[in-house]
Structure formats: structure tokens, C-alpha cells
Design a protein around this ligand. Sequence first.
Ligand code: ZN
Length: 290
Amino acid sequence: MLNLKKSILLILNLLFITPILSAQQLIKTNNPAIWTQDYQPFRIAGNLYYVGTYDLACYLVTTPDGNILINSGAQDSAPMIKAHIEALGFKFSDIKILLATHAHFDHVGGMADIKEATGAKMMINAADAQVLAEGGNSDYVMGGKGPMFKSVKADYLFHERDTVKFGGMQIIVLHHPGHTKGANSFLFNVKDEHRVYRVLIANMPSILDETKLSGMPRYPNVGKDYAYTLSAMKGLQFDLWLSSHASQFGLHEKHKPGDPYYPEQFIDQKGYDDELADLQKSYLKKLAEK
Ligand SMILES: [Zn+2]
């Protein structure tokens, strides 16, 4: 009798209580429609593919040993990312490594679901690990109101400059703090039948309105870190420029759904330099505000 009661309780728990609790625990975020709007996936260059939403850029790097996914989009984006990967002819279950440009809900919101479905290893900069593990609740700007996305405990932590060596790929992880403490850009080579392309997936150092560069309670060095990142990003050498949001690198001006394979459309040093110069201006303006 006791066992039966116990089993019923266990079943009830599995069926109802767990999902309701986890759904209730997340606070609602404001997601612009372009963040969840669908977008046709495509091959960017060599073994690098765009699998994100209309604006939240997610990248798949395929290798003979399994695949690497960079960014997941927002909470509930996992089914769309999965459909994009499958539409390109790859297996979702072949994702072995998960990377992120920074631990905000619009770039890591789907990580928990993807990690659970694939068993992939999550790697993140050490300085973003706690924010990731708390569903964003310890973020220095957005945190404090409750978790915004399903939390993920990272399997590996990056410290400053690190390299992911996997399946013949060497992905250099560049620590570009400011937007979050552990924001990263990624620099790596891909190649096709014709040539090698040096790819930069840049985490552009945009500053949220609520940020005070004189120091935030949870991030006293935020101003100094932005200054470091703006200067470190100026000297980067690459062929193809991509970033965390499609709008940042002008995806929709450069590529239309159904366009033929054409990596050169992402060669845009000037676009990158101009964007960085704009961000430098915003930084100086913000610095004067105090
Ligand atoms: Zn962000």
C-alpha cells in the first residue's frame, strides 16, 4: 500500500509537478519578434553554417568527430535550431560541444534543452559560469529578479585566451569582457575547395542602458573592461566577420534566403571597423554621463 502510494506520488511528480515548477521559476523576458522569427539556415563558408533565428545568430561548425554549436538563441529556440541543423543534412545528436559569445538569455536560453538532448559539453568563460549556472540571475545588469533561462552547469571553463581543439578545428577563444564579465569572441579557420577563410565571430561590445561605466555593484571594473575590449578588438585580423546578432554584421543586407554559396559576402573589414568606431563613441558618451 505504502509502495503503491509512493509510486503514484512519484508518477504525479514526474508528470506534473516538475514541469510546472520549472516553468514557473523563469521570469518573463521581453523578446523582440525578430529574435524568435524563423530564418533559412545556410552554409557560410567551408564547414561553418548559420543555424540561428532571424536575428539571434547561432553557428554550427561541423567536424569528422562531431559538431560544435555556438549560441542557442533564446529559451524555446532549441526546436528551431534543431530543425535548421537537420535541414542542412546534419544530425542534432552529433553536437558534441556548446559554446556561447556571452551568457545572456538571448544567446544561451536554449542551451539547457540542447545539452539535455545531445549530451554535448558546455564550455564558457570562467567569468560567465556563475551567471550561466543561475539562469542569468547574477548578471550585473539584468540579474536579481529571478532566473531568465534554464540554468546550465558548464563542463569546461575558459581563462583569458584559450583554444578549443576538436575534430581538426582550432577555435581561439578571445576574452572580450564588458557586455558580460565573460563575453568571448571566436577566431578560427575554415576551408572549402578553393581557399582558407579566417573567421571572426565577434561579441561586439555594446553597452546596455542601465550600465554605469563608473562601476556597477556586481561589476566594479566594468568601465575598465570595456576600454580593454574596445582596444583589443581593434587589432584583430580576419577575412569573414560575424557576430552575436545578425543585425550587428548586416546579415540581411549581405545574404538573402536561397542565395548561392558565397563566403566572400562576409568579407567586411570596413563594416567591422565602422561598427567598432560607433561602439567606441557610445562608450565615450556613456563615460561622460557618469
Ligand atoms: Zn547580450
